[in-house]
Design a protein around this ligand. Structure first.
Ligand SMILES: Cc1cc2nc3c(=O)[nH]c(=O)nc-3n(C[C@H](O)[C@H](O)[C@H](O)COP(=O)(O)OP(=O)(O)OC[C@H]3O[C@@H](n4cnc5c(N)ncnc54)[C@H](O)[C@@H]3O)c2cc1C
Ligand SMILES: NC(=O)c1ccc[n+]([C@@H]2O[C@H](COP(=O)([O-])OP(=O)(O)OC[C@H]3O[C@@H](n4cnc5c(N)ncnc54)[C@H](O)[C@@H]3O)[C@@H](O)[C@H]2O)c1
Length: 495
């Protein structure tokens, strides 16, 4: 269907989706597939943060960086590897961000029979949504069955004195900038910080990271340590325990004073200090909720504070897992749940049922695209530290795997499994090293499928691939529990 007319208008749909990022698009697709009339509202670009200022452009910047690092570790090839062609990398990034145009997504939306209204959507009481369109019009919408808020997040900035006037970069500028800053200071030690440090250092910036705690503090500690080693080797100056006290900009130069009195100057400062939900201006107050809050949902995506069950929230805005793939997974489940409820069909909200996002609790996969890469799913030792769960940790040095020798000379990497001793299954896996991102789906299947260790012995990794680390981890666990027996010494029967 085409873009709906946007003057003074009143319309009724079965489902209204606010926000056409990757998650809103998938909710709309699934409700439409369930035979429900569906409209989606978008105030910027269809495809949201992910397509234009996050996943797609950042990975387009990082792919050449990682490929070059990998190539430099291959004898016979490293001599042929030169510097990055920066204009070509930026042009490739622009292509993958579709030059910040969304016609492709509009075409797709039409193909799945979802109406689009461009403008800013706000709740206006139960099941009501008002859209203010760019041409100054107003569209009043009523939902027969459900409203899904999929408005995502924006960069969260601290209230550091002077910051508001210092024109800092957020993830948006860091993923879309057309020029390489000579000196880039990055505040934060999370995923955005390490990925953007890797990208811009390789593109020619001198990057300084100001990290108040650890790098990648939600992951296994060895992940942050190995990524820090990689960044330092690339030339990044990482300062731990560093906090910015004040910032100001003088012309093209930003100046910072740290809490310990150190002075720093930079051309740009990137604040990669987490995310805030885009719920400050979506009319939450009209349905009894607090503007600016995350929207807490149950496993079928219903906002728990709305007893009547018509309000859903999916993706970043519900704060369950701020990742595109996990939000799209929620969208598939939530869209199906809305469809089932509207069509009077049973809702399967049992663990791993067809209408619940069970994996959010137990099996969230994530790849950090740095050199080395980090790939992680399920529990970490941080999660289980005080949980009382009977978990055994199995570690293996990936450099000892034959496939790793083939992959890279001087391979460095580390793998860890968390074994749930009561269930006999893998509850978490983390791999750090070149090329480990593509290992992650195997771990996700093992954790999600709760595959018994006995059966994993029959999942044979091909030789010589890095995935043989699975076999080495199983062997390490087995040898700890079933120590090798000494062969009985042969003695001839006495004559
Ligand atoms: C630098 C960076 C890199 C990332 N890389 C990865 C990665 O590699 N892999 C990964 O899985 N995740 C990554 N993420 C996370 C990923 O971007 C988010 O998890 C994902 O975009 C969330 O999708 P969403 O649809 O919930 O929200 P968004 O993508 O934020 O989309 C929300 C949409 O709602 C619209 N909207 C908001 N309010 C309104 C309103 N009132 N009316 C109308 N429209 C509205 C917005 O304009 C936007 O289009 C990255 C994030 C960042 C910042
Ligand atoms: N490859 C990927 O999957 C990928 C890539 C980028 C982002 N993302 C997702 O996007 C989300 C946002 O990433 P992020 O890195 O912005 O957030 P984050 O929560 O991962 O990290 C925020 C960092 O900023 C620090 N910080 C917070 N407030 C601070 C302050 N006032 N001063 C100094 N440091 C401060 C924190 O200690 C932490 O190191 C994450 O949930 C992440 O999963 C995913």
């Amino acid at each position: 269907m085409s873009e709906a007319a946007t003057h003074e208008a009143t319309r009724t749909y079965d489902v209204i989706v606010i926000g056409a990022g990757p998650v809103g698009e998938n909710v709309a697709d699934r409700t439409s597939a369930a035979g429900l009339s569906t409209v989606i509202i978008e105030r910027e670009l269809l495809g949201g943060e992910c397509s234009f200022w996050a996943c797609e452009p950042s990975k387009a910047l990082l792919r050449p960086v990682i490929a070059r690092a990998d190539a430099r570790r291959v004898p016979g090839l490293r001599q042929a590897v030169g510097p990055l062609d920066v204009p070509a990398v930026l042009a490739h990034r622009d292509d993958l961000a579709n030059h910040w145009h969304d016609e492709d997504q509009v075409g797709w939306l039409n193909s799945v029979d979802v109406d689009l209204i461009r403008g800013h959507g706000r709740l206006d009481g139960p099941r009501q949504v008002t859209v203010h369109t760019p041409d100054g019009g107003t569209v009043r919408l009523t939902a027969r069955h459900a409203v899904a808020v999929c408005t995502g997040t924006s960069a969260a900035l601290p209230d550091t004195p002077g910051l508001d006037l210092a024109r800092p970069w957020t993830s948006r500028e860091a993923t879309s900038a057309g020029e390489v800053p000579g000196r880039l200071v990055i505040v934060g030690g999370g995923v955005v910080a390490v990925e953007m440090a890797a990208a811009w250092q390789a593109l020619g910036s001198q990057v300084t990271m100001l990290v108040r705690g650890e790098l990648l503090s939600k992951m296994e500690p060895f992940a942050g340590e190995l990524v820090a080693d990689g960044l330092r080797e690339a030339g990044v100056d990482i300062r731990f325990g560093a906090t910015v006290a004040t910032v100001h900009r003088e012309g093209r130069e930003a100046r910072m004073t740290l809490a310990d009195g150190t002075q720093l100057a930079a051309d740009e400062i990137l604040y990669a200090t987490g995310r805030s939900p885009r719920t400050g201006d979506v009319g939450l107050d009209t349905v009894g909720l607090a503007p600016g809050d995350w929207l807490t949902v149950d496993d079928t995506g219903q906002v728990t504070a709305i007893a009547e069950g018509w309000l859903y929230a999916a993706g970043d805005v519900n704060h369950r897992a701020l990742l595109t793939h996990q939000g799209k997974y929620q969208a598939r489940m939530i869209g199906a749940a809305i469809g089932a409820r509207a069509n009077g069909e049973p809702v399967d909200d049992t663990r791993w049922g067809a209408h619940v996002s069970t994996a959010d609790h137990t099996a969230v996969p994530q790849v950090v695209f740095t050199d080395p890469e980090v790939a992680s799913v399920g529990l970490t030792t941080r999660d289980v530290a005080d949980s009382g769960r009977r978990i055994e940790v199995v570690d293996y040095d990936i450099a000892r795997v034959a496939g790793a020798h083939q992959f890279a000379e001087g391979y460095r990497g580390q793998a860890r499994l968390l074994i749930d001793l009561d269930r006999g299954t893998v509850a978490g896996a983390t791999f750090v090293g070149p090329g480990v991102g593509e290992l992650l789906y195997s771990a996700t299947v093992a954790v999600t499928g709760e595959v018994p260790l006995e059966r994993l012995w029959h999942a044979v990794p091909a030789f010589p691939t890095i995935s043989e680390v699975w076999l080495r981890l199983l062997e390490t666990y087995r040898d700890r529990h079933q120590p090798r027996r000494k062969p009985a010494t042969h003695s001839s029967p006495k004559e």
